[in-house]
Write a protein that binds this ligand. Sequence first.
Ligand code: SF4
Length: 403
Amino acid sequence: MTTAQPSLTAPGAVAGSQDVQPTPLALLLLGREADPRSERGVECPGDLPSPSDPDLVERARLAKEKLGDKVFVLGHHYQRDEVIQFADVTGDSFKLAKDAAARPEAEYIVFCGVHFMAESADILTGDDQKVVLPDLAAGCSMADMATAEQVAECWDVLTEAGVAERTVPVSYMNSSADIKAFTGKHGGTICTSSNAKRALDWAFEQGEKVLFLPDQHLGRNTAVRDMGMSLDDCVVYNPHRPNGGLTTEQLRAAKMILWRGHCSVHGRFSLDSVNDVRERIPGVNVLVHPECKHEVVAAADYVGSTEYIIKALEAAPAGSKWAIGTELNLVRRLANRFAPEGKEIVFLDKTVCFCSTMNRIDLPHLVWALESLAEGNLVNRIQVDAETESFAKLALERMLALP
Ligand code: SF4
């Protein structure tokens, strides 16, 4: 479960940050280009309806009605409103994958989210359930930052340094099926932003070090903020440098080996964003996601997953003011939802911060996918091969068994 674990302690003024490296591959913004090296998948083959078609909403409704119980539409929290309105269930990626598995009568799972989420849904659902991603180019820049080849090379480096056998991989849910399989194969577990501390507690019972993939910020924030480690206990493995840019001594001394990956959305929030909003809105509560940089988390009042953020705002008193550091579609939806209750909710940053790959799933792609399925054409199926699935499942099952 991705049950929120609200912690209402204000993070201490722990200083220190790691520069966010540029996304290695430019995000494919609106086109249909293919990028076969990327976790994001390949060109979307669809003959899409025009975005200006005034009948799109009705077409989606009719296609969904025609499919009936055969289709189950999952909507991630960061999806556009125009898509969310057709979701049978909303949530974070792990909750959605489990919701799909709990609906075995649904032959088609239409995942309105990004590629790694559809892979996880395929891993956790039955063999006769087919997972569809309405736009194959909807990837995740964070997941793209750790490829199977890079991670295998990293493991060789750890082996050379004599630390691999004492190292337990812990991979964030936001990773490709290949990385989850690597994790399962090497005795590790998956974690979400809600259970990262429990996953690390478990991992340190199995070994002396953790290789945390692919989000350095979630790894660092959990280690330092929740586990009492120091920033010096963490090193960053850069897959673009020989030996990860680390010496054997550094690898031997480190407790947390953090992969140099980050979320291109949450990585944009800065200490200035926090200081600015405190100046603009006196008395504001700053609530951020743990994918944010460490100095942002340290300066925030509250830190937690998307499910935590939603619960915190539900529980907030009328008249309270909140600045939220997570994806803009969700923040806007929450601001509209809670405005009638007198809760003022603003976006932490002054600039627009949609997840561009999440936003690829729009109404034309959803209509195209649903109408294709209703006509008996299975399109954009996401299918993980059997070997990858079995090791990835092992890692996911270890997460499910966490105390
Ligand atoms: S918000 Fe960040 S982690 Fe989530 S899909 Fe977008 S890029 Fe990936």
